[in-house]
Ligand binder design. Structure first.
Ligand code: GLN
Length: 448
């Protein structure tokens, strides 16, 4: 704990942490040392964990990196937090992210951007940028983030670490600040697949506080973790290879990996996925629709910030929301409200729901024939701060390859796969079928 605290201090310019629970973490460490001596310590004894600022930790600040939650303190623990604490993990702090987890660069935070530790002029990815940087820079061992459309896998790739988004419903969302509830997944960052496996088996599984969470039993992922070579059948999507926006070095490095896999005896085959171009619009219609509804609870009455210059109830709502929410969050509320409005509902929302079903069916068809789909997780490596802030559509394109797993609900992981000419990490994404986390982790372990 002392080591990680000192790194957090020495690298404070990265802006990865919004709060550091120094005294708490040190005293818990001492307690856990004692438990270890007595042989009564939990499964994650002493593991130093950071929490993205969208996960409730009782009596600690929670803001989703937004001004609208100024001064808000959690009244209860998220289920994942309860389980981490029960397993004797140590929570070291609260991590910066894009406001309400909306973004791909961590530049939408009310607390300013997080910097990539490899090159401070570049973004760490988003929305869980602080969580990725914290693990990469050794400020903690593991971070808990959220992945609605890539927010764990994309920053993991930009920072050269492992990031897992499990199957939708594998981990309880109780105590996770809602963005797009039918997409939201809690995810895990680690330096190794093994670390991720250890945490997943502790935090996953049934929970009476989240009616959408699955009752499928949770395997002991870490015990069953192998790196043995099985005769897996792997698919890669042909259309991605031709994608104009894909950085050539990423194409090459994924191709190299595919060739290596073939040489090692895996069957790797191209498959067609002509729906590629519909995934991103489907995601941005549905996620913003859900966000506009989820964020209606922030009205200046119940939580956090209330504008001081109000005259009546209506002006209080209006001013609190206009002053409290940042620009990108407001854009999404407007977009979501638009696609849900009576005149446009069928044209956008209903249509996108139908397309979502078709994308799911087609993806599941591939996963019925193949064990995994491999593809890039990002079209480019970490871009420069400010590079896409003026053009939201350009920023949304950074999510081109990450949103499919959320639209479909299947588990996906990003593992390091080489570097580009500037030394920036490249991520390889592996997608598996529903609840096949064990297989996914085993294969990822082999890959790394
Ligand atoms: N970048 C995507 C978005 O802005 C994904 C965010 C996320 O996964 N939370 O919506």
């Amino acid at each position: 704990v002392r080591h990680h605290l000192s790194v957090i201090k020495s690298k404070s310019h990265l802006n990865a942490f919004l709060s550091v629970y120094e005294a708490d973490a040190l005293s818990r460490a001492a307690e856990i040392d004692q438990k270890i001596k007595e042989g009564s310590a939990g499964k994650l004894a002493g593991l130093v964990v950071g929490l993205k600022d969208v996960i409730a930790y009782k009596d600690h600040p929670l803001q989703a990196s937004s001004k609208i939650l100024d001064g808000f303190t959690s009244l209860y623990n998220a289920t994942v937090v309860d389980r981490l604490l029960a397993a004797d993990a140590i929570i070291i702090g609260r991590q910066n992210c894009d406001e309400f987890a909306m973004g791909s660069s961590n530049e939408n935070s009310a607390f300013g951007p997080v910097l990539n530790d490899i090159d401070n002029t570049r973004v760490p990815g988003g929305s869980s940028g602080g969580s990725a940087v914290a693990v990469m820079a050794d400020m903690c061992q593991v971070s808990i983030g959220s992945d609605t459309g890539g927010s764990v896998r994309q920053p993991a790739a930009f920072c050269g670490i492992v990031g897992l988004k499990p199957t939708y419903s594998r981990i309880s969302r109780y105590g996770l600040v809602a963005y797009g509830s039918s997409f939201d997944c809690i995810g895990i960052f680690g330096k190794s697949v093994e670390d991720v496996a250890h945490v997943l088996e502790v935090i996953a599984g049934e929970d009476d506080f989240d009616s959408t969470v699955s009752r499928t039993p949770v395997p002991t992922y870490s015990k069953l973790l192998t790196a043995e070579r099985k005769a897996y059948k792997i698919a890669y999507v042909k259309e991605i290879d031709d994608s104009a926006g894909l950085q050539p070095e990423i194409r090459e490095s994924i191709q190299r990996k595919i060739n290596q896999l073939k040489k090692s005896g895996y069957s790797v085959e191209p498959v067609e996925f002509p729906l590629m171009e519909y995934i991103l619009p489907t995601y941005y219609i549905l996620a913003t629709a859900e966000a506009s509804s989820n964020l209606s609870r922030f009205d200046g009455v119940r939580y956090g910030y209330r504008s001081p210059n109000t005259t009546d109830l209506h002006s209080m709502y209006k001013k609190s929301r206009s002053e409290g929410f940042g620009k990108e969050v407001q854009r999404r509320i407007l977009l979501g409200t638009f696609v849900l409005s009576a005149s446009y509902y069928d044209a956008y929302y209903t249509k996108a729901q139908k397309v979502r079903r078709i994308i799911r069916d087609k993806t599941k068809e591939i996963l019925a024939k193949y064990d995994f789909i491999v593809m890039p997780i990002t079209p480019t490596t970490a871009f420069k701060l400010g590079e896409h802030t003026e053009n939201p559509l350009e920023m949304y394109l950074a999510d081109l390859f990450s949103v499919q797993a959320n639209v479909v609900g299947v588990p996906a992981i990003s593992v390091p796969c080489g570097k580009d000419k500037d030394g920036l990490p490249i991520g390889l994404q592996v997608i598996a079928d529903d609840f096949e986390e064990q297989k996914l982790l085993n294969f990822s372990n082999y890959l790394t």
